[in-house]
Design a binder for this molecule. Structure first.
Ligand SMILES: Nc1ncnc2c1ncn2[C@@H]1O[C@H](COP(=O)(O)OP(=O)(O)OP(=O)(O)O)[C@@H](O)[C@H]1O
Length: 242
């Protein structure tokens, strides 16, 4: 399969403190990659660099052959990001938020309205489409943020602990949204601490420890969630987060 995301010798330091150290990673179209690691391992920093929200101190990031540093605008139209920050406007309604982001990506007319309705239904917010986001609970904001990230049908979706704030029902709804994405159309990279979900959903696992990749394997080579936990523990020097 073709490569969609490639990192060569990517490093990042904050002042004198190195957070990422010489990361080489190649992600192929259609993969669902989990990035695991303990608190402070550098996972969010890595995702921010992959998704153009932060620049590396050294190294090159390419998305579909575009160098992210030279051509961030082209790259942004190809990617979606779900993180702790919802990037929603509190004073706009759910529908107005999605319309705003859709237009930003150049989607217009009936196509945009259909897409908004489809996504609101998928994240089970159709009944609240005309309510302002300021009246939403945290979990509802997170669900709308999921719809926002998918409005332009991104080829590459980054998920940084996407289950934060979702209750059991909303987590299942979200899993269904994720599973309904055709892997041919959407490559996924997810940071998570949830080893059971990782084992069930992802087809590749990358473990980061102290800013380096210490394990990278297809999930088909991992026998069970229990085995994944053992692999995690044996590869991570401090494992307070599991
Ligand atoms: N803007 C910043 N300025 C200075 N240091 C930072 C900044 N952002 C992150 N760091 C530091 O970089 C290291 C890696 O942080 P990062 O958020 O990438 O970790 P993480 O693996 O995502 O952790 P967690 O599991 O807790 O979310 C931490 O030591 C953190 O304190």
């Amino acid at each position: 399969m073709d490569s969609i995301l490639s990192l060569s010798n990517v490093s990042k330091s904050y002042g004198n403190f190195p957070v990422l150290k010489g990361i080489d990673l190649d992600i192929r179209k259609g993969e669902f990659v989990a990035i695991l690691g303990s608190n402070g391992a550098g996972k969010t920093t890595l995702v921010k660099i992959m998704s153009t929200l932060s620049s590396p101190s050294e190294g090159v990031v390419e998305i579909s052959g575009h160098n992210v540093a030279d051509d961030p605008a082209s790259v942004r139209s190809m990617i979606g990001v779900i993180s702790h920050e919802t990037h929603l406007y509190n004073d706009l309604t759910a529908e107005e938020n999605l319309r705003f982001f859709g237009k930003m990506y150049g989607i217009r007319g009936d196509g945009l309205e259909d897409r908004i309705n489809e996504l609101l239904e998928q994240v089970e917010l159709s009944g609240r489409s005309d309510d302002r986001v300021v009246t939403f609970s945290r979990g509802m904001k997170q669900r709308l943020s999921i719809a926002r990230s998918l409005i332009h049908e991104p080829q590459l979706l980054f998920l940084d602990e996407p289950y934060t704030g979702l209750d059991q029902h909303a987590s299942r709804t979200f899993e269904k949204v994720l599973q309904d994405l055709d892997p041919k159309d959407t490559t996924r990279v997810m940071v998570t601490h949830d080893l059971i979900r990782t084992f069930q959903m992802c087809n590749r696992v990358v473990i980061l420890d102290h800013g380096r990749i210490v394990f990278d394997s297809p999930m088909s080579d991992v026998g069970s969630a229990e085995e994944l936990k053992e692999i995690y523990i044996s590869n991570v020097k401090s494992h307070s987060s599991i």
